[in-house]
Write a protein that binds this ligand. Structure first.
Ligand code: ADP
Ligand code: GN1
Ligand code: MG
Length: 685
């Protein structure tokens, strides 16, 4: 099991959450009151009891958890809380006490440092070499992460960004000194300024938004009032942003991090805060247009502490990963030292790591993958495909005036000139360039993204239209042969190796009722209506890389299954994954609905991207392709569930069953929507 617990100890509440380290999310959380100040021993006992009850509510026990990571306010060094005034602690061996109570494997860190760590690992700063985090809350917290390590300083006091002095003899700060950033840019400071200014402007909209009660003016009120044109509110927000920008600019001038991340409740204002802040910071800090720290709002707000706590236990695993990556990369024709190696992406098949190598002070980013031997029986042949196709694409992209470094992947050769490395345990590893400043999505966030991905996949087929199909190895036999997938399911039903059949009878019946449908595309092919082409065969949204800065689709990745196939299946696989209102593994089927407007966008993009390359027969069969891939994928998940989850990576019990049910729900929706789906294709053909 890949679960651990993250605990966010605050002055008022203790929040704990079970975190799924694969899925990078909180499975369940709970909280209790802190009742501070109290001795470390007492609070520790409450934390352990909270963790135990949290586990029990998931039918788990503490021993199922890989570790417990706790974040706390105050200064922490080597697990000892040197001082935490809210809790009333001084030199308390917090980690020592927690280890004694739980039998070991607990980690402790400062809360803002851990929040920075969460953002750097899983959040808005993923893949940033360096990140500075500023959280705007009761106080102003700070955290710095460089190459996936928290910067603590010699004594644990590092990154106290809130106590940077920005005004000599200025406002009094809670720390006893004067002029600290915290006295100007915390949520507390914003609120008290808003209340003061409201007092000077009786007509201000802020009064109306607070029901005439000054006590109800919170941090959001001035932003809201400003958006509606209120002058007094603008004064408050402008001055808040001015001071915050001074703090941010000072951080940038000292550290020049790749990313500055703004967290805390106020960061929920999003662009209303970030845009003017960016403008002001640009004016005040050093940097050029192309070389500037990226200023972003945090991804995690209330959950940053729990996630940061959970991630604390990863540090040792990451150190091991780094060593392993160092050994593996020594076989490839690159040099430099590995500074980062972290798990990356949400693929179900390969073991994927993001790796950074530094040479002469320059960072080079790579994707290192262990090829799944259980899925791909002949990795050497697979790599032959991969290498030839990417080389072919690179030439075309160059000819078209594109950027081959970012629009396709490049295989890095080993020192012996091979396109993979086989380790002493017989595992196959490949190294490819990481597409700089790229990211992928598991769910459509903006409709244009889905349209863009459609153009990319359509164009991908177009680019490979003259590729010699006969030279490609079949990396998985009968990969999208739906009747064969049906046969495999019936075999799994027959065997029922895990005794799970009784649980899935309805799903099996669902498939049996569609046995004939399963053969539709094979029949169309036999009748000459559906040609074999060089296709991608795994066209889900997260196999497209988007530019982090422009949001535009850049590059098609995951080239393991490029083989002769049907264009309509590439279309269909994207629809099943993307044209839906939920994630692929959403278990609450009331949230899973086929989204016809996303379908329409994809149709438009795919046809455009294919540049006239789709025949009439193919166009006509696009809607069937969508239903087919959804049905087939559901059957594959169900087969894997019955067979004991040996194919797709899972991170919870019944994960594959949830996925299968999810896909079957979409199939039912599409069956109803078929006439409309056909009409949409006609409209764009
Ligand atoms: P899997 O077969 O397990 O899905 P992928 O090759 O798709 O493995 O890799 C997993 C994820 O890693 C992708 O979905 C994508 O988000 C990311 N990824 C893969 N290759 C690259 C790359 N070269 N540059 C940037 N991101 C990549
Ligand atoms: C797998 O490798 P990944 O995660 O991109 C699978 C696809 C499935 C998909 C379901 C080689 O894709 O065929 O449609 O999961 N890839 C392979 O999400 O089996
Ligand atoms: Mg993938």
């Amino acid at each position: 099991m890949n679960y651990c617990i993250g605990v966010d100890l605050g002055g008022t509440n203790i929040a704990a959450g079970i975190v799924d380290l694969h899925a990078k999310k909180i499975v369940r959380k709970a909280s209790i009151k802190t009742n501070a100040p109290r001795p470390c021993e007492d609070i520790s006992r409450d934390i352990v009891a909270l963790c135990e009850s949290l586990c029990a509510s998931e039918n788990l026990s503490l021993s199922d958890m890989k570790w417990i990571g706790v974040v706390t306010p105050g200064i922490v060094k080597n697990g000892v809380v040197i001082s935490a005034s809210n809790l009333g602690w001084n030199n308390d061996d917090f980690a020592g006490i927690l280890n004694r109570l739980t039998g070991g494997n607990t980690f402790v860190a400062n809360d803002a440092n851990a929040a920075a760590y969460a953002e750097a690992m899983w959040g808005a700063g993923e893949c940033a070499g360096s990140l500075a985090m500023i959280t705007l809350g009761t106080g102003v917290g700070g955290g710095i992460v460089v190459d996936c390590e928290i910067v603590e300083g010699s004594n644990g006091f590092a990154a106290e960004i809130g106590h940077m002095i920005i005004d000599v003899d200025g406002r009094k700060c809670g720390c006893g000194k004067r002029g600290c950033l915290e006295a100007y840019a915390s949520a507390t400071a914003l609120v008290s300024e808003a209340r003061r200014v409201a007092g000077l402007y009786p007509d201000s909209l802020m009064w109306q938004l607070a029901d005439g009660d000054v006590g109800k003016i919170n941090g959001i009120v001035p932003f809201k009032a400003m958006a509606r044109g209120d002058k007094a509110a603008r004064l408050v927000v402008d001055s808040f942003i001015k001071y915050l920008a001074i703090g941010v600019s000072n951080v940038i001038n000292i550290l020049q991090p790749d990313v500055v991340c703004i967290g805390g409740g106020i960061s929920g204002e999003g662009e209303r805060l970030m845009r003017p802040l960016r403008e002001e910071v640009e004016r005040l800090s050093f940097g050029t247009k192309e070389h500037r720290s990226r200023l972003v709002a945090a991804k995690f707000r209330n959950d940053a502490g729990i996630l940061g706590g959970a991630l604390l236990g990863m540090q040792e695993e990451l150190a091991k990963m780094k060593n392993d990556a160092r050994e593996l990369l020594s076989h490839f024709a690159i040099d430099g030292d590995v500074v980062t190696a972290i798990p990356y992406g949400n693929g179900h098949i390969n073991d994927t790591k993001y790796v950074v190598v530094k040479k002469n002070g320059i960072r080079h980013e790579y994707i290192l993958q262990k090829i799944n031997k259980n899925v791909f029986k002949n990795p050497a042949e697979l790599m032959e495909n991969y290498d030839s196709v990417t080389s072919y694409l690179r030439e075309i992209i160059k000819k078209n005036g594109g950027d081959p470094e970012r629009e396709t992947l490049s295989v890095i050769k080993t020192k012996d000139g091979a396109n993979y490395h086989k380790d002493s345990e017989g595992e196959y590893w490949r190294l490819v360039n990481f597409v700089t400043d790229s990211m992928s999505y598991d769910k459509v966030e903006r409709p244009e993204q889905f349209y863009d991905s459609a153009v990319s996949f359509g164009n991908f087929q177009y680019l490979l239209k003259d590729y010699p199909a006969e030279t490609l190895h079949e990396t998985i036999k009968n990969f999208h042969n739906t009747p064969d997938r049906y046969r495999q399911l019936m075999e799994a039903v027959e065997r029922d190796v895990c005794g799970r059949l009784s649980e899935v009878e309805a799903e099996v019946e669902f498939c049996k009722a569609r046995r004939e449908f399963a053969g539709t595309l094979e029949a169309a092919h036999a009748e000459g209506r559906l040609p074999l082409k060089v296709t991608h065969n795994d066209t889900k949204l997260n196999n497209i890389l988007f530019d982090k800065n422009t949001g535009k689709a850049l590059c098609v990745c995951d080239l393991d299954t490029i083989m002769p196939g049907y264009s309509v299946n590439d279309f269909g696989d994207s629809i099943r994954f993307g044209a839906t209102t939920a994630l692929e593994d959403e278990a609450d089927l009331s949230k899973v609905n086929f989204d016809i407007s996303l379908y329409e966008l994809y149709v438009k993009g795919f046809i455009e991207g294919a540049k006239g390359g789709l025949s009439e027969g193919e166009l006509e069969l696009l809607p069937i392709g969508a239903m087919m891939m959804t049905f087939e994928c559901g059957m594959r998940f169900l087969t894997d569930y019955l067979s004991g989850d040996t194919y797709f990576r899972i991170s919870r019990e019944k994960h594959n069953l949830d996925r299968a049910r999810n896909q079957f729900k979409l199939v039912s929706d599409m069956e109803k929507a078929l006439p409309e789906m056909r009409a949409i294709v006609k409209k764009y053909s």
